[in-house]
Design a protein around this ligand. Structure first.
Ligand code: TXA
Ligand code: MG
Length: 323
């Protein structure tokens, strides 16, 4: 067991976080999507610590975080499409998978031995300040144990990883609430590897073409590690519920509640107005709360698959998959 420090979001906390990362430690930090479990991406031993703390299968490549597009271009090769996407959506909830640049310093382990690399410039001010301070790429998957729901605040991180990591930088709740959209720009048509915080439509409009790959990614994984059963609460998850059985937990969306909701053990509404942005921000913390109620099943109202709804329903399908 290690002693896990909770660091405050100020200059001293940032300095401590950077120092721990520099000497090869593990620091969870806030991003606008979810909290990441960070390690110096150039230090294979530090990266190995991430896999160990998360109990994550080591064939799964990690996203490396950078302070700017300029820094990202030292690590990866950006074709015309990748450059346009980076300029439009960075800093922000987009990850680009691109070919490794000749001078890439990101360890093989963080890339899981692939000749491509996943890069992201996050928009969260604390993440940005930390990345600038350390001046190196920081590998960071979501700061949860493998297979569990992603954390959107420091308490979630400690619930999963207390005693397994050196520190968590507490920046309050994450704003976006689902992970970044992952687009691969490797050769030919860009592919959507994972729906996320930037809607597919916004990307397709910008580049003027359709992305390959879609919400069926769970059945035939495009990104290694996109296992169908993932983001799993303890309770069973039942999607598109038209009615609710007594004592189930319910995750609602919009004004219309399924028949029987009044007999539920607990009901939480992702967004009463049917706002998908608000719904994404609540998704993971509501799943945790419903799970903590002890209900055997979480029934979920139908949710549209447009805009951020694609990422939300993707995560819920994974939570509902057989395991
Ligand atoms: O919002 C996010 O993206 C969060 C925050 C912390 O930035 N991070 C995150 O990282 O979700 P992670 O490691 O949980 O998700 C990484 C995903 C995996 O599905 C992995 O397979 C894919 O990115 N990935 C990373 N590098 C890749 C590569 N070279 N080729 C294909 N897929 C890659
Ligand atoms: Mg994750």
């Amino acid at each position: 067991m290690r002693q896990t420090q909770r660091l405050t979001a100020n200059e001293a906390g940032l300095a401590d976080a950077a120092e721990i990362l520099r000497r090869g430690g593990l620091v969870a930090f806030p991003t606008e999507t979810v909290y990441g479990l960070g390690a110096d991406a150039t230090d294979a031993q530090a990266v190995a610590g991430i896999y160990a703390a998360k109990e994550r299968p080591s064939f799964n490549p990690l996203i490396s975080h950078l302070d700017s597009f300029e820094s990202a271009q030292e690590q990866g090769v950006f074709d015309e499409t990748a450059r346009r996407l980076a300029e439009a959506f960075w800093p922000g909830p987009l990850t680009l998978v691109v070919p490794v640049a000749p001078g890439c310093t990101i360890s093989d382990l963080a890339r899981a031995g692939l000749d491509s690399v996943g890069l992201r410039v996050p928009a969260h001010p604390l993440a940005h300040a930390l990345l600038q301070k350390i001046g190196r790429p920081v590998a960071a998957p979501s700061a949860n144990r493998s297979g569990r729901v992603s954390p959107t605040d420091a308490d979630h991180v400690l619930g999963d990883l207390d005693g397994r990591i050196d520190a968590v930088l507490d920046g309050g709740p994450s704003q976006v609430g689902v992970e970044s959209t992952i687009v691969a720009c490797i050769s030919g048509t860009p592919r959507l590897l994972r729906p996320g915080g930037i809607p597919r439509e916004a990307i397709e409009t910008l580049i003027g073409m359709r992305l390959e790959g879609g919400p069926e990614g769970g059945k035939s994984p495009l990104a290694p590690g996109m296992l169908a059963s993932h983001y799993a609460p303890r309770a069973k998850v039942r999607l598109n519920a038209a009615r609710v059985e007594a004592d189930e937990a319910v995750l609602l969306f919009g004004e219309k509640a399924p028949v029987g909701t009044e007999t539920a053990r607990i009901a939480l509404n992702l967004s009463k107005n049917g706002d998908l942005v608000e719904a994404a921000a609540h998704l993971f913390s509501y799943l945790r709360q419903l799970d903590a109620s002890g209900a055997a099943t979480i029934a979920v109202s139908p949710i549209p698959e447009t805009g951020l709804g694609e990422a939300i329903t993707d995560r819920l399908r994974r939570a509902a998959a057989e395991r």
